[in-house]
Design a protein around this ligand. Structure first.
Ligand code: ADP
Ligand code: MG
Length: 274
């Protein structure tokens, strides 16, 4: 068993417990240019929230604000609050490493360390977070993370092979396993399937549905079928005519797709623009 960390719940040893993520009045700028305007969204604990909308409306920026990656961009500014189970992520008391640890990220292009073995890839995050673990614990963690990422049966016989030798879809699941190893409470996924074939996409979607029982998921997707298949709640972002991005409509995914309140949502989910 790995050492517990703050937030671990006694009734679920080894798990940090399901957490709600709430963005309040988030605005963002790159230099003088405002790209998000007072975006508020609650991402329910243990749910899958999909962020949809045309390119350039600020979805990736919003996602990066949710795990404090936005502040790494020179010239980037932000206003508003991000609350993880009611605790402000941007409070000076909340350490950056704690924020990154609690809120993991999977990117569009799978980015395993190509020369590192599959096993080392899964464990890579532990070094960054300074978590120590013995050999047996590590083996257990590698198996459990690869299993939850839906990759274990495909790689169990070649854990020492380089991560770069896997297919694109396998590499993406390896990245998911790597994120899981540090026990995030939230997993952010920025178009995780857009570089993958339909079969790999389906496997990742199944993995997400399984994972949602233990981690809150926020996914950006341009694939409306995917949003409809995997998400419980959905938010439609739009930045019209050079204005900053806003959320036009959000709510239950089924309702958004079948009875949207706003004409622009209706047009977008039915593929009429974007
Ligand atoms: N590092 C950056 N520097 C300057 N402008 C940026 C940067 N990243 C994104 N932008 C701008 O912010 C706006 C929102 O981008 P982004 O969040 O990537 O949108 P989306 O993910 O919805 O396509 C775009 O106009 C984009 O050009
Ligand atoms: Mg993006």
């Amino acid at each position: 068993m790995l050492p517990a960390h703050p937030g671990d719940q006694p009734d679920r040893p080894g798990h940090a417990g399901l957490a709600e993520l709430e963005a309040r009045e988030i605005s963002a700028w790159f230099g003088e240019r405002q790209v998000l305007d007072r975006v508020s969204l609650t991402m329910p604990a243990g749910g899958i929230t999909a962020l949809i909308g045309p390119s350039g409306c600020g979805k990736s920026t919003f996602l990066r604000i949710l795990n404090r990656m936005h502040e790494l961009v020179p010239s980037a500014q932000l206003a508003g609050e991000v609350l993880l189970d009611g605790v402000d992520l941007y409070d000076p008391e909340f350490r950056l490493t704690a924020a990154r640890r609690a809120i993991g990220m999977v990117f569009q292009k799978p980015n395993p360390f190509p020369a590192m073995s599959i096993q080392e890839n899964v464990l890579a995050g532990l070094k960054l977070t300074g978590t120590r673990a013995g050999r047996a614990e590590k083996d257990e963690l590698v198996e459990s993370c690869l299993t939850r990422a839906g990759l274990w049966t495909e790689v169990r016989d070649r854990l020492d092979a380089p991560g770069g030798g896997l297919s694109g879809g396998q590499q993406q699941r390896l990245c998911i396993a790597r994120s899981l190893a540090i026990r995030p409470r939230v997993l952010l996924m920025d178009e995780p399937c857009s570089a993958l074939d339909p079969t790999s996409t389906r496997v990742i979607e199944e993995t997400m549905l399984d994972l949602a029982r233990e981690v809150t998921i926020v996914i950006v997707t341009h694939n409306m079928q995917q949003a409809a298949r995997v998400s419980d709640t959905c938010a439609f972002f739009l930045a019209s005519h050079g204005t900053p991005g806003v959320i036009v409509e959000h709510g239950d995914t089924y309702a958004m797709f079948n009875a949207p309140q706003d004409q622009r949502t209706n047009d977008y989910v039915n593929g009429r623009f974007g």
